[in-house]
Design a protein. Sequence first.
Length: 327
Amino acid sequence: MTETDSNVYDVVVVGAGPVGENVADRTRAAGLSTAVVESELVGGECSYWACMPSKALLRPVIAQADARRLPGLSHSVQGPLDAAAVLARRNEFTGNWNDDGQVQWLNGIGADFHRGHGRLTGPRTVEVTGPDGARHVLTARHAVALCTGTRAMLPNLPGLAEVKPWTSREATSAQSVPGRLVVVGGGVVATEMATAYQALGSRVTLLVRGKGLLNRMEPFAGEMVAEALTEAGVDVRTGTSVESVTRENGTVVVVTDSGGRIEADEILFATGRAPRTDDLGLDTVGLTPGSWLEVDDSLRVTGSEWLYAVGDINHRALLTHQGKYQA
């Protein structure tokens, strides 16, 4: 590990999703030297596995549904979607999961980009482990901003790892459409992906533990979405929990709490999000790894003068545009 004057910055940003990018943009505009650390792709979840690919998948579905309601168009759009073309267009929207353009943007604002895993090692210090295993330490004169977002949360079911279930990442980046798909969950990700894959040709079964969909919204919203999904051909089952999941000769076998058995080619769990704070070195500054970070109204972590937690990891509003506003 090395530490030189070139590794000292006014601000060190860990995480280069939309939130981290916005933090870097504002600190550079204020004339502060800034380092940005990212272990995956610059642009983060939103650009590659969430907002952009999900809407790219949904746009043809919505456009077709709208056209089918219009006299003069309805008879022309009754056929199935061209799944290969929809997936290819989605690939374009994600830049084929290449972040060269966004790295160029970071360089253009004068931030220094460090690709690797960033981890606190003490006050105002971040150790970066690069793809080749080499490590170096960045020091912040003023602040470290943690902008690492969230990850999909999987239930504690025996043997689930061997099943290789989909999360939102696999669902938004899949390069083929499964013939049969089980979606577990009743929130936004579950309903969006059920909508998209049913329209792309999957036979979708949606398993919802609660009484309805979108339980954080007004009841009528979930009722309307459930009605539309059912009309589109999705098998919506509310009040249903998953007891076990196995993969037998390539086929996913789901057993529900009522004893029902469902077979599918893939299973998607859209059952919540957890903070990506488990390997950030929080213990080196007196915080609990894996926890949401409590902040004041300036986004400083409670009890700290230099550590900021911005975006999803402070659990104030798990939305990209709200995270960007916080930044």
